[in-house]
Each structure stands twice: as C-alpha cells, then as structure tokens.
Design a protein around this ligand. Structure first.
Ligand SMILES: Cc1ncc(COP(=O)(O)O)c(C=O)c1O
Length: 389
C-alpha cells in the first residue's frame, strides 16, 4: 500500500516511512508503539483538538507545557522541573519547535521524542527537516500540500516498521471506494476555490448544510460526562480509538479508512504543486513578517515556507470575520489552551498565562493569500498586553 509515496518521503527525509490515512492516526500508532498506558506525555496547550483526544485514546496522561510566547511552541527551557515520560512537539504553523533542546532533554531522560510535523512538511532547521529528529515524525498531507487526508510516519529506526505496520493494520477500517472518491472530489473543489471569490459563499453553504464540525467557539464541544465514561468504560488504562471515535475524528470522520491508488496518485501530484508554490509561499512569509503584529518567532525563520504565518492581534475574532468578508477563511485557531479546555483531564501548565494570551490573539494567515488579506491585516493592532519573554 502506497509504496511510491513512502519512497518519495523516504528519499526526501532519509528515513524509513510508513503511509497512514491521517496524521492523527500516525501519531496514535507512534505513541502506542513508544509509550505505555498510564505514562505522561508533555504536549503544547496550543494544538488541534484531535491531538488531545488521540493522546487520551493512547492511554497517556497529557502534561501541559509552558509555551514560548514568541512562537506558541513548548518552551524547551522551562520544562526541567516537570515530570513526563515522552514529548510530543507541534511545529505550530510550520514554525519549528526547539527540537535540539527537546531532543537533548529526551536523550538525558531516556524517553521518546515524537514530532508532530503536520504543519511542517517544508520546514527545516539547521540539522535537517522537521520530522527527522525524534523517534518518529508524523506528517499530514492535507495541510500545506492540499492533498486529501493522509499522513506519513517517518521513523528513526527502520526496525520499527514492522511493529508500526502491524499497529496500522490493526486500527485501519475498511476502504469504501465511493467515500474515497467523494473525499477526493471535495479536496479538488477546495483547492480550486480557496483563493477565489467563491471561497466565502462555498464556506457559508457548507456551514448552512452542517458540513463543518460543530464548534463551541473554536473547539469542538468537550461533552465531558460522555468523554469521562468512554475513558473509563473499557476498564483499562487504554481506551483505544473506538472508544474515543466521536472526539478523535474531528473534521475528518474517515481518518482511519484504508485508501487506494487514486488517493496515492493525487498525493504525489499535490507534492509537486507544493514544490511549485514554495517561492510564492516564501514571498508571502517575508511580506507578512513586516507587519508589526507578526509573532516574533516568525522573523527567525524567514527562509522557511511556513504553512501559516501567525500574527498576534488585539481583536482576533473580529479580524477573522473581516477576513471572511474578503474571502479569506481562517482555520487552525486553537483556543482555549488544552488546560482550560479540558481541566481535570490534563496536568495543567505551571505557567498558563502565555498560552492563554497566545490562544486568544493568534491569527494564522496563509502566506499564499497575502494579497487578499493584507488590506485587512495592515489595519490590525497588536495586543495591548504582552507576556514577558
Ligand atoms: C497541529 C496539528 N497536528 C495534527 C493535525 C491532524 O492532522 P490530520 O488531519 O492529518 O489528522 C492537525 C489538524 O488540523 C493539526 O493542526
């Protein structure tokens, strides 16, 4: 299954690669492979809803890290006093985590480092591409590449392939070719309209038809009582993906479905488009980085074709509305931080203020949409209060 795509990633990354039907599925099997139920995993509070739920599904206890307000990522220099048995990075919007310091912390403790490279398919740091520093790095094909859902697990040790492959095959659900075709068509429509004046009416139609995941604010409803029941319902420390299906599947109800050759061919084509738009993406990053509202960490990575450029603005939700009116649809807003979203289900951060501030003010902008967004963005002001760094 997907040998050509795996070979393409293996040659880019110099690592053994395994295809999975989504990043979240890949993270789940990587965590299951490397960690035991009941162990603690250090995570960023500012990440996608499904990340929290797949960590819980793997039977792990999320330990919420303090963040660096310049990047929104785990503050690698503020974790020494925390207790954890593994680290999951985020590489939020493609801005790299401090993977060297985090890797050192993991090596000293003899614990795994797993890299969420969903947003960072084109990001490198000095020593190589994001996703090649940890025990496993997991990419998403549906983000910057605009392919239909899919992912790649790049592993440090080729000998992990068999165990990861077995875990994958255990958790995959059967392939429904009509569903797969529908997903590919939806993806093609999305790619065709994303940068046109149709983006807004199509988004509104989707909203009206109930095609978007229901949200309370920016996160899916927690449904705490139901979730607590599912977490303990199996009578073990390890609920698994079936028990947490309504949560882990947020925005992609087929995240576990086996896929076929059409999806692979489409993904290979989208990787070529990704390369072809690299220069435009970089140009957008450079222009957006000149805004006074840009997150300071972006300016340290102007050579990286980021997935989104995070700005930090006073009235973020009003800005999202204004952008929507000109056809720029904002996604990937992670608010509130996990410890405010799911208290009691996570170990809270010892220093939550910066993550709350980031969550409330972060406005991720697609660098490919710079022209359309800039007239709105230049009018936005920076937050009146900024946490000290
Ligand atoms: C930071 C981050 N990680 C992981 C994912 C999950 O990726 P996928 O949709 O491929 O499962 C997302 C999805 O939005 C994300 O934003």
């Amino acid at each position: 299954m997907f040998e050509r795509l795996e070979a393409e990633f293996a040659s880019r990354l110099g690592r053994e690669c395994l295809y999975v039907p989504s990043n979240r599925f890949g993270l789940f099997i990587a965590l299951r492979h490397r960690m035991d139920p009941g162990q603690r995993l250090l995570v960023s509070p500012n990440s996608a809803d499904e990340i929290l739920f797949l960590v819980l599904a793997a039977g792990l206890r999320p330990v919420i890290a303090p963040i660096d307000p310049r990047t929104g990522a785990i503050d690698a220099h503020a974790i020494d006093d925390l207790r954890f048995d593994g680290i999951l990075t985020t590489n939020l919007y493609g801005v790299p985590d401090d993977v060297i310091t985090l890797g050192r912390a993991c090596a000293e403790r003899g614990i795994p480092l797993i890299e969420d490279a969903a947003h960072a398919i084109q990001t490198s740091v000095a020593d190589g591409p994001v996703g090649t520093f940890g025990d496993a790095g997991v990419f998403s094909l549906s983000k910057a590449a605009g392919a239909s859902p899919g992912g790649i697990v790049a592993m440090a040790s080729p000998s992990d392939r068999q165990a990861l492959g077995e875990l994958r095959d255990h958790w995959l659900t059967p392939r429904y070719p009509a569903t797969e075709l529908g997903i590919l068509l939806k993806t093609a429509v999305r790619n065709a309209i994303v940068a046109t004046s149709l983006a807004r009416p199509v988004w509104e139609l989707g909203q009206w038809l109930g095609m978007h995941e229901p949200r309370r604010g920016h996160r899916i409803p927690l449904r705490r009582a139901a979730l607590a029941g599912r977490l303990t319902g199996t009578g073990t420390l390890y609920p698994g993906l079936d028990a947490l299906a309504p949560w882990v599947r947020a925005d992609n109800h087929h995240y576990r479905m086996r896929q076929g050759p059409l999806t692979e061919r489409h993904a290979l084509r989208r990787l070529k488009v990704l390369e072809a738009t690299r220069e435009r993406r970089l140009a957008g990053v450079r222009r957006l980085s000149q805004l006074e509202t840009v997150a300071p960490g972006v300016r340290e990575h102007l050579d990286q074709p980021l997935f989104r450029v995070p700005l930090l603005v006073e009235d973020r939700d009003k800005a999202i509305e204004a952008l929507r009116r000109v056809g720029v649809i904002t996604g990937y807003v992670y608010d509130p931080p996990f410890d405010d979203y799911a208290p009691g289900l996570v170990e809270p951060s010892p220093a939550p203020a910066a993550a709350r501030w980031w969550s409330q003010h972060a406005l991720p902008i697609d660098p490919l949409q710079t022209d359309r967004a800039l007239p709105i963005l230049t009018k936005l002001s920076a937050p009146t209060w900024t946490p000290s760094v």
